[in-house]
Design a protein around this ligand. Sequence first.
Ligand code: IVH
Length: 661
Amino acid sequence: MKERYEELIKIINEADYNYHTLDKPTISDQEYDKYLRELFDLEYQYPELKREDSPTQRAGGKVLEGFEKVTHKIPMLSLSNVFNESEIINFDERIKKEGINPKYVCELKIDGLSVSLQYEKGKLIKAATRGDGTIGEDITNNVKTIKTVPLTLNKEIDIEVRGEIYMSKEVFNKINENRKQEGKELLQNPRNAAAGSIRQLDSKVAASRKLECWIYHLPNPEDYGISTHKEALQFMSELGFRVNPNNKLVNNIKELLEFIEFQTENRDNLPYEIDGIVIKLNNLSEQKKLGYTAKYPKWATAYKFPAKEVLTKLIDIIFTVGRTGQITPNAVLEPVIVQGSTIRRATLHNEDYVTKKDLKIGDIVSIRKAADVIPEVVEAIKERRTGKEKEFEMIKFCPICNSPLMKKDGQVDYYCFNQNCDRKHIEAIIHFASRKAMNIDGLGDRIVEDFYNLGFIHKYSDLYKLHEYKKDLVELEGFGDKSIDNLMEAIEKSKEQSLEKLIFGLGIPNVGEKTAKVLAIHYETLDNLIEATEEELTNISDIGNIIAKSIKEYFALSFNKEEVEKLKEQGINMIYTGEKIQINENFYNKTFVITGTLEKYTRDEIESKIELLGGKTSSSVSKKTSALIVGSNPGSKYEKAQKLEIPIWSEEDFDNLIKED
Ligand code: IVH
């Protein structure tokens, strides 16, 4: 029995290493699960067999009351920073002044949290956070759940290594998507998410966060007869550690700057976040010669990418009313340029968001573009307060109609519940007419607002009666016969839109463009959707409880029912006229990733084509990807797919496979 037990551990450890560390899976998921189940069963039947380094430990389970302190035998130092070319050159010159002719190893600076791993006789015995550099916390239980941290090394040696624990962009986005669905506050960034996960007292929760780890530092290389950092990386890799392959030994400053330029360009293609490049002197005796300051090694530095955050003043907080009545506080900012565009406003989401960030009017705040587009207020710079800042106060009444504001059950947002609030109506009509909904050309935000205020429209169904006021409209300043004719034509044309556009246009809370399409394909007519039960709705993949409930609530309201009836009377199409799902075995239940520029299809087109054939699309390549569809100039996804031996299809292959089934 013991033999089988040992054998299983070996098989699973190897499979984990090949899959997670080398990115080269060797056995199928089913086989893996079978071995793991057998191992769990054996441990259950014969608890005396159980080893501390068993892969079953990776599932987590231990719940701690707190974290024990760990004293680092060798302090865990941080790195000095450089921000531009001339500071890099200064760093290089300081080293040359010591009579050294330097070669450097450049590495990615992974944006996570550092960890120290201790092994005795090749077994992981302790993992600790950096803490203050001298004393950290024991996070062994949680670190054991990280599949890229080996529990057993290839040699039975005593060793300490250091590296970075991080969360991939994909896992981070998934967690936030789920949190959004559940109405929970979103995690700020992958680094905070990783730090929060590693500080979970329940290791099962930590296991669910799917953290990863890169190893980049060997604190006592002399013990192993190693003389360069490059060798240390190779040595650690051979022991079974996951060492980031994007490193380079450079001979001079020119090569160093080239590496930085290349990695800066490539940054967004990486599946994890980096915040700079670490530059380390390669020769270890030269490292020793230079030594340390109290905080940093003198033989290394970190080049930090230009700040994506910029400081500005929070001039005011104003409130807007959305089409669902949701009240949103918005930051009015002193205009500032972030990554090339001027930012004047940023959403502050809701009262909790503002209070948690402790923002005061008059504060100096840092601003960044989240996911590189939407401006976000990161934090108030408290040290710069003068005492003259004004406290934030949530409003109690709708800024438009003055009705009292209330929260919905268990939610953080305030709503104006007045069915007749003007702003709600205006926003609802703007949304209905927008490009992704009924796509009424020529009916911009201002025009909707003007028509509304002049009493021509009150609800979106009124748009289809607008022709009755044609004479009055032509008289309006800024309009003429021609533009009103065009508008009338666009309104008439919108009657033919396919059902998904209408569903999206109705503005059902939580029903975005994608969900509207799923619903339209599934139900084919609006009546079918209206009649669907909550249970039927949740049976559709991609439709969760929140969406289902929201749909039912929407159609239960008499105002909405009446609007739908009016649209029907006016002859608006309520049937899905797009392509129907045609299950194709080459695509059914499979996941595809697209990279590069395609010739025949836009991204949206090919994605919706795949969905109509019964497949799914994803933005990143993993073992689960069924095929990568490649256009010209493919990115790093192409290499990853090759590495994982995932089928690679050209656009032509794609077309042929559609026809094949
Ligand atoms: S070397 C004595 N290499 O950056 C050398 N650090 O700002 C210790 N980091 O505390 C660090 N990627 O948490 C090193 N390739 C890399 C790194 C890296 C990320 C982190 C690490 C360190 C911080 C310094």
